[in-house]
Design a protein around this ligand. Structure first.
Ligand code: S3P
Length: 442
């Protein structure tokens, strides 16, 4: 099993770019696949998760070219041009791929089966299956989990769906099914969630309207191929935002970071903690805003995370816990029970790792309380098991900037699901990650 040994480092310095946004990359392939014409994608994230989506679309008869690692040409087959795959569609570790494909495939004329890796096979799929059934789809899960079997040939109709959980994946699945449905589909969210699907659908020429917490579209609208410029992934930049903040020295510039306001909750949280992060330049010209961020070390203060920021920072809490461990006083996260059904149970797995590194904390059913250490080392040397969770592995690598000794992190191969090249990039900024057990460190 691949693991890292991370030696303590004092600082991170330099100019960098993180790979493309995972959410936007998945969507560019799926929407390009059902559009009319050739969609070109620039800045595509060539990670395992997005390549699972790419492979599944090919299996469904979409021709996809990759003229370069990060550029893709998708030959769209139109709203009703997908063909049955000859085998189960393999989603790997990607919950986003599975739930969005449920929406895309629910209204097709053929059957499909969706499977994934050991982590994905344990994740809840009824949250997407239920509203799709209300639209007329026939879907089976096994005790709420994959494999997901979709029986085709069902005529879908629009619904007015009030989402019980704030989930962009469920919202997107229903909107994608809504494209193939008769009539109008409306989704109302309990709190704002990432809106990449809505933004991109508009780019493809679909009339999508938002009124307050509700998003509405009419079925049967054709998508017209477009050029998608994928921003750098804010969630990948987040590791370096925290690294640059807790470091003792250095200055980081992170270029081309996606600044969609439904994604940037961690920036607000870190700034409220006293972080020195400034927006150096901003480009609002495309559907997804971009910026260069400058990050300098700062003395952080503990924070009670405002509830409305929880969905807007949902993927960033593992690395937020690292920041909180380096902050003065107590930090408190509540209302984040969704973390228990991510790639791992991120509350339990992070609590286990924080305990191994001597961080004072209390695990709560829906969050965590952390007592930070603003002076000197905030983490002792120790051994971490990431439980195959990419964001847990990268978060504990960042902790090395304030560690008293080496941190060993087991089971890091899944870093390649979202951030291929992380260790090389992090080391070029000043981290000291040594990968062991096989070549090709993530
Ligand atoms: C995603 C939505 C979020 C997020 C995931 C990506 C997406 O999940 O955690 O990493 O691309 O729509 P939920 O919608 O389940 O909260």
């Amino acid at each position: 099993m691949k693991h890292w040994t991370v030696q303590p480092a004092a600082g991170v310095t330099g100019r960098m770019r993180v790979p493309g946004d995972k959410s936007v990359s998945h969507r560019s392939l799926m929407l390009g696949g059902i559009a009319n014409g050739v969609t070109t994608v620039e800045g595509f994230l060539a990670s395992e998760d997005c390549l699972a989506t790419l492979g599944a679309l090919r299996a469904l008869g979409v021709q996809i070219e990759r003229p370069a690692e990060t550029s893709v040409r998708v030959h769209g087959v139109g709203l009703s041009g997908l063909k049955p795959a000859s085998a189960s569609l393999e989603m790997g570790n990607a919950g986003t791929a599975m739930r969005l494909f449920m929406g895309l495939l629910a209204g097709q004329s053929f059957d499909s089966t969706l499977i994934g890796d050991a982590s994905l096979m344990k994740r809840p799929m009824e949250r997407a299956a239920r509203p799709l059934r209300d639209m007329g789809a026939s879907i089976e899960t096994v005790e709420g989990k994959p494999p997901v079997r979709l029986h085709g040939g069902k005529a879908l109709h629009g619904i007015d769906f009030v989402m019980p959980v704030a989930s962009a994946q469920v919202k997107s699945a229903v909107l994608l099914a809504g494209l193939m449905a008769d009539g109008v589909t409306r989704v109302t969210e309990p709190a704002p969630t990432r809106d990449h699907t809505e933004r991109m659908l508009r780019g493809f020429g679909v009339d999508v309207t938002r009124e307050g917490a509700s998003v509405t579209l009419r079925g049967g609208q054709a998508l017209h191929a477009m050029h998608v410029r994928v921003p750098g992934d804010f969630s990948s930049a987040a590791f370096f935002m925290v690294a640059g903040s807790i470091a003792r020295s250095g200055e980081l510039y992170i270029e081309n970071v996606g600044m969609n306001p439904t994604r940037t909750g961690l920036l607000d949280i870190l700034r409220a903690m006293g972080a020195d992060i400034t927006i150096e330049s901003r480009d609002d010209s495309g559907p997804e805003p971009l910026a260069t961020l400058r990050v300098r070390p700062a003395r952080l203060r503990g924070i009670e995370v405002p509830l409305d920021l929880v969905p807007l920072a949902i993927d960033e809490f593992p690395v937020f816990f690292i920041a909180a461990a380096c902050a003065e006083g107590v930090s408190l996260l509540r209302g984040a029970e969704e973390l228990r059904v991510k790639e791992s149970d991120r509350l339990a797995v992070m609590a286990e790792g924080l305990a191994a590194l001597g961080v004072a904390h209390t695990l709560l059913p829906d969050g965590m309380r952390i007592d930070g250490q603003p002076e000197g080392a905030a983490f002792r040397a120790g051994q971490i098991d990431s439980h195959g969770d990419h964001r847990v592995a990268m978060s504990f690598a960042v902790a090395s900037l304030r560690a008293a000794g080496p941190i060993d992190i087991a089971d890091v191969a899944n870093v390649a699901t979202s951030f291929p090249g992380f260790s090389t990039l992090a080391n070029s900024m000043g981290l000291r990650i040594v990968a062991a057990d096989g070549a090709g460190a993530a």
